[in-house]
Ligand binder design. Structure first.
Ligand SMILES: Cc1cc2nc3c(=O)[nH]c(=O)nc-3n(C[C@H](O)[C@H](O)[C@H](O)COP(=O)(O)OP(=O)(O)OC[C@H]3O[C@@H](n4cnc5c(N)ncnc54)[C@H](O)[C@@H]3O)c2cc1C
Length: 499
């Protein structure tokens, strides 16, 4: 089949009945539910872009194996041109959602592509696993499937491993092996967009120890598999707020969910790893499933940061406060942070590494640096929006006020900005800014930037440890040796005259 349209994506959702719980109710009609309807349409737009002549050649290509047109997310990059093709896809999708939807289909499709092109490492443990990953990749590629993932154990007692939690199956683990497959029980978090995806893939960060065998798992399933409960967090918009009042929150809410598996059967052909601590720990380092998607999240994070910074600049200009040095200083800092991320992305694309298989990966150091910097740069941009908007962020009336004939004169008079900025323009801009910096929607978008890729503190520590292994810090030796070589010369020099 190859690429799908938005309508085909929606038809796929209609054809399934996942067990989704929201606000104490089972959601019966996902596609028409007020909380999910608009986000589904936003995702559908991304699918439609694959058929849009303005994008098609940029974000899709013809698959060498099947002859069908497929997303660039399924391209195993072999050259800098391929990296660019994937970058074009990431940018097109990120710009369509202003970077506010992190788990658009390209994200996990990249993860799976990387996992499948390097799945050979699993042969050592069980050749079936490697075959299963590759077959699953083909299924997802050829049907243009939208995946969610849950790779973290629920946050219960972090000081104890999974097997020491109160219940052996609080964290997702294997219960038994049957002829038909593996039965699993327990929970995983945090499956963003789960209710509106087609399938879920489960794996974990490294860190398994002896005793964790039953938790050392990786597999994939349709999202409506019997026994799989999707427990959503409270919604941040009810789907009834107007686009005028909440121009971002009304469109881009990405639902997050805990997945609970109640004795779910995983057919053997969908099991990628089972009961093997070493294989589960090797999944990340051996397959590049951190590095390849870091390119997607780097581009998306760049677009999101650039968007927040544009909002800050426009906000300051709209009320004439960008004439002040302190505001200019803040905005200059934000613009420089955008340039920093842009430059790091370019370095990662230019200084790519080539694997023995011919696959190329954008350079790890700059991508990991982006992942280290965005958790502080993005919150800083939000803080600047809050300080520039100040009390003005709290004086926005609603669309209903604005359209009320008895209020219209007051609206036009008291809500104007600097000369040339109408009350309508000013109010709309401030509402956009409030969605980003005040609404629960914006706080989640901020929390996402801090944690979507793992705990930033431990990730920086890992970065340091890896760099310590790679680098010799030899400039220090050069300086010390230089000083040693000059020993005895220094007094002569001090006494001599330099012409
Ligand atoms: C908006 C959002 C969307 C997300 N989407 C997804 C998704 O789609 N799929 C998915 O799988 N995950 C997703 N995540 C989860 C994300 O991967 C985790 O939040 C992240 O890995 C951090 O884990 P945690 O939240 O369990 O924090 P914890 O690991 O519980 O950390 C909590 C705090 O304790 C500290 N801490 C905990 N353990 C240690 C330790 N051993 N050593 C030192 N300090 C420690 C941390 O520094 C941190 O400050 C999402 C998260 C957010 C916020």
């Amino acid at each position: 089949m190859g690429i799908r349209t938005g309508a085909q994506y929606i038809d796929g959702l209609k054809s399934r009945k996942p067990e989704v719980w929201l606000g104490g109710e089972k959601v019966e009609d996902i596609v028409n539910h007020p909380v999910f309807k608009q986000p589904i349409l936003e995702i559908a737009k991304l699918y439609d872009m694959q058929f849009d002549p303005a994008y098609q050649d940029k974000i899709t290509h013809i698959c060498e194996e099947t002859g069908e047109r497929i997303s660039n997310a399924f391209l195993v990059p072999k050259s800098s041109e391929d990296i660019k093709k994937r970058g074009d896809l990431f940018e097109a999708y990120a710009k369509s959602t202003f970077g506010l939807m992190g788990r658009t289909p390209d994200f996990l499709n990249i993860v799976l592509t990387s996992m499948a092109s390097n799945s050979w490492f699993l042969d050592k443990y069980n050749p079936e696993w490697s075959k299963n990953v590759q077959n699953y990749f083909k299924f997802v590629r050829d049907n243009d499937i939208f995946l969610t993932h849950a790779i973290i154990n629920p946050q219960n007692d972090r000081s104890k491993p999974s097997y020491e939690q109160k219940d052996l199956f609080t964290h997702l683990g294997a219960v038994e092996e049957t002829v038909d497959g593996l039965v699993v029980r327990g929970a995983k978090m945090l499956a963003t967009l789960a209710p509106i995806t087609d399938e879920v893939i489960i794996y974990s960060f490294p860190g398994f120890h002896e005793g964790d065998e039953r938790y050392a798992l990786a597999f994939a399933l349709p999202i409506d598999t019997p026994g799989l409960k999707i427990l959503c967090r409270e919604q941040m918009q009810d789907g009834k707020r107007s686009f005028f009042d909440h121009p971002l929150a009304s469109r881009f809410e990405e639902m997050d969910a805990v997945l609970v598996f109640e004795d779910v059967l995983i057919p053997w052909n969908r099991v990628f790893i089972h009961n093997n601590v070493e294989a589960a720990n090797n999944l990340y380092p051996k397959t590049g499933i951190a590095q390849q998607p870091a390119h997607q999240s780097g581009v998306r994070g760049y677009v999101k940061l650039a968007f927040a910074v544009e909002v800050a600049c426009r906000l300051a200009d709209s009320i004439g406060v960008d004439v002040y040095l302190n505001v200019q200083n803040d905005l200059g800092e934000l613009l420089q942070s955008v340039e920093t991320i842009r430059a790091l992305l370019r370095v990662s694309e230019i200084e790519y590494e080539t694997l023995p298989s011919g696959e190329v990966r954008p350079a790890w150091e700059p991508l990991e640096t982006i992942r280290g910097l965005l958790p502080t740069m993005y919150p800083r941009a939000i803080e600047v929006i809050q300080t520039i908007g100040a009390g003005g962020l709290l004086m926005s009336p609603t669309e209903a006020d604005f359209e009320h004939p008895e209020l219209r004169d007051a609206m036009d008079k008291y809500y104007v900005g600097r000369e040339g900025v109408s009350s309508l323009d000013r109010i709309q801009l401030f509402k956009l800014a409030w969605d980003l910096c005040g609404e629960a929607f914006g706080q989640r978008a901020l929390q996402y930037e801090r944690y979507y890729t793992g705990d930033p503190i431990r990730k920086r520590a890992i970065y340091y440890n890896q760099m310590k292994r790679k680098k010799t810090f030899s400039m220090v030796d050069d300086a010390l040796n230089g000083a040693k070589n000059l020993k005895g010369v220094s007094t002569n020099l001090a006494n001599s005259k330099v012409n």
